[in-house]
Design a protein around this ligand. Structure first.
Ligand code: PBG
Length: 336
């Protein structure tokens, strides 16, 4: 067997020999996690001095902008390079046309502007999708009960422009409409936002693991029993993810994302092996909730489980990980 020529065989070869000391295990580690790999998703809500815990995401709160500033200051202090900003939009600002999405004075634009002024060194990533703004909770505009692709893309372009104008560094289309990356790129370039980057949620699956996030932004009530299977991908598919990524790269994506994270490590690896592009992984709300719930019950060790999950993302080929545990992980890394 060819492998024998390279690796020898027992008893001359004992792989456990190299695992016997901590210093050597560290030296031989093939992958590692650094603070610069972490992106912290945060939820901003209207008002002042308001902190609303999210029951299904222990340790994560919706914050008014003043309190969010303190959180971002902490993230900057720990060396976290970027945040992903999600707005909690009050019911009266949601409607069928999602027009609040491109209001240049909306909550997420205001938060972006304020945070960028106070903390110019941290990257701000904003979602491009209509679900926080639609009364039905879908990521796009409904026409005869179907999320209409091209009409939605028009609104997404306006949304991306408002975000760019408020100082957002990276727009992240998470809506899974066809052709949106190219249209957003054209719209940004036309307004001289050539340096605004596009992180495409290219392989985004119609997943149950988003449940707690939908509680957090309040879209689960609007969505009701509906699902997003006519635009988000079927969890059964993997070849299709590569086609999505290929199209997004051709349309001008700077970075692509696979989402959810840990149940889809195979997709991260296939994308990494097939394309020379940075791949981001999103450890989504449900993944975070599972680890938190188990560790709160004493069934899993919180810190070690998060660290292992992060290594798994890196091993699969991810450049960075969006994780609600970014602050905790940064603190652990700082103590090592
Ligand atoms: C909105 C969006 C979702 C998430 C990020 N952006 C939810 C969805 O598509 O329903 C999920 C993030 C998470 O679960 O942590 N398009």
């Amino acid at each position: 067997m060819a492998a024998n020529n390279f690796f020898g065989s027992f008893p001359q070869t004992r792989l456990r020999r190299a695992r016997s000391e901590e210093w050597l295990r560290g030296m031989l580690a093939e992958n590692s996690i650094r603070v610069s790999d972490l992106i912290l998703p945060v939820f901003v809500q209207e008002g002042g001095n308001i902190r609303t815990p999210i029951a299904s995401m222990p340790g994560v709160d919706r914050l008014s902008l003043d309190l969010l500033e303190a959180l971002v200051e902490k993230a900057v202090g720990l060396g976290i390079p970027a945040i992903a900003l999600f707005p909690v939009v009050p019911a009266e600002k949601k409607n069928e046309s999602a027009k609040e999405a491109y209001n240049r004075k909306n909550l997420v634009c205001l938060a972006t502007k304020t945070l960028k002024e106070k903390f110019p060194e941290i990257g701000i990533i904003c979602d491009v999708a209509l679900d926080p703004y639609t009364s039905h909770g879908h990521d796009g505009i409904l026409k005869d009960g179907y999320v209409a692709n091209d009409e939605t893309v028009e609104v997404l372009c306006k949304q991306a422009l408002s975000l760019a104008q408020s100082g957002c560094d990276v727009v992240a289309p998470s809506d899974m409409m066809d052709g949106r990356v190219g249209e957003i790129r054209r719209a940004l370039d036309k307004e001289n936002f050539q340096n605004v980057k596009i992180l495409a949620y290219s392989a985004k699956y119609a997943s149950c693991f988003y449940g707690p996030f939908r509680d957090a932004v309040g879209s689960s009530l609007n969505l009701g029993k509906a699902d997003k299977k006519t635009y988000q991908m079927n969890p059964a598919n993997s070849d299709e993810a590569l086609r999505e990524v290929a199209l997004d790269i051709a349309e001008g994506a700077d970075m692509v994302m696979v989402k959810p994270g840990m149940p889809y490590l195979d997709i991260i690896r296939r994308v990494k092996d097939n394309f020379n592009i940075p791949v981001f992984a999103y450890q989504v709300s449900g993944e975070y909730a599972m680890i938190k719930a188990a560790s709160q019950n004493g069934w899993l060790d919180n810190d070690n489980t998060f660290m292992e999950a992060m290594l798994a993302f890196k091993r699969a080929g991810a450049s960075c990980v969006l994780t609600y545990a970014a602050l905790e992980i940064a603190e652990i890394l700082g103590d090592l």
